[in-house]
Design a protein around this ligand. Sequence first.
Ligand code: PMP
Length: 418
Amino acid sequence: MKSEDLFKEAKNYLPGGVDSPVRAIKPYPFFAIKGEGPRLFDVDGNSYLDYCLAYGPLVLGHAYPPVMEAVSKQLSMGTAYGVPTENEIKLAKEVVRRVPCAEMVRFVNSGTEATMSAIRLARAVTGKSKIVKFEGAYHGAHDYVLVKSGSGAFGLPDSPGVPEETTKNTLLVPFNDEEAITSLVGKEKEELAAIILEPVMGNVGCIPPKKGFLEFLRKITAENNIILIFDEVITGFRIAEGGAQEYFGVTPDLVTFGKILGGGFPIGALAGKREFMERIAPAGDVYQAGTFNGNPISITAGLETMKHLDKDFYQAMNVKGLEMRRGLENILEDASLNYPVAGLSSMFQIYFTDNEVWDYSQAKSADTEKFNSYFQTLLGSGVFIPPSQFECCFLSQAHSSEDIQKTLEAMEKGIKTL
Ligand code: PMP
């Protein structure tokens, strides 16, 4: 087994054998050699129908030919310039055209950088320091947002190396809990710069907002001089042309993007109202910079990708998502199991619990051993989903109805052998 050997070797050179923790699949991850359409191929000659899709970016599938062509053309003309390109304006215009809150855009290199910069901007604009995030929400690996989720222990760093002085300014509340937010805002409004959220939580499985919850957040933030930040690193360009803000009809002050916007290459972006965005350097005084910001490869891939994400695309993705979720519901019903099937548009996940799941603590009631057994059966049947109960599965344009049916057969096996 080449993957097993490579993992052993990797552990000598890369902490934990990987470059990002969730990739350390037990007992060892498969090492990829190629991606094509809906499939990933590994070094041992196996192939997998892929529902991880690099954790979301590959909404057109692996190695989508028009994107590959556009990038190849750009590659032959250089990879980084340190001066602006016209394509940056074109992609920014495309974001502005699609996304309700977006009047201006700053391109960065990852979702992490995007949320870090958006939070800095919100603090600068309001002159306040504290932020609210939701338990179980993931906004990247930087200090402002890496705060213990779920325990309700405000201000406790989640990782050694994150100073308490930083995280004491990050307050936690349960998702979908209007009372908790009303009470927190009542106490802290003079100090609260921003509420940041994933409008659909995609890092604890998949949790949609309750009806009216986003409207409630919009109202309470507007009334209290608090910036509302939608972190659409996952939902952006995935659930609608204009992301969650279009899908749910609620417009935040600032938005962060990553993943799909780069067409399979590293990217991040923040966007929002002109009066806020013009505070960013060099237009304004809020510092933000990056050697690879707006790099021509990611921008070209993003620009080409956007050409294929029109209304028809989102309709087709909704149909695929429904087919998958209905199929799963039927399997669970046949097996007399009450597990909720979560998701919307092209996002889905099963929670291995009998509870409804509207927040992190309910998600945590899921049986992760059952999930792991399900995951391993799927892998053995040539289906790759993210290796954690607390991640979300994604579909791409490249997944055919036949692929979905094959996947549902594997899922049935995975559920029936529990
Ligand atoms: N925000 C959300 C909602 C995410 O899902 C992620 C990554 N999964 C990030 C931010 C961080 O993005 P990146 O990994 O590109 O830094």
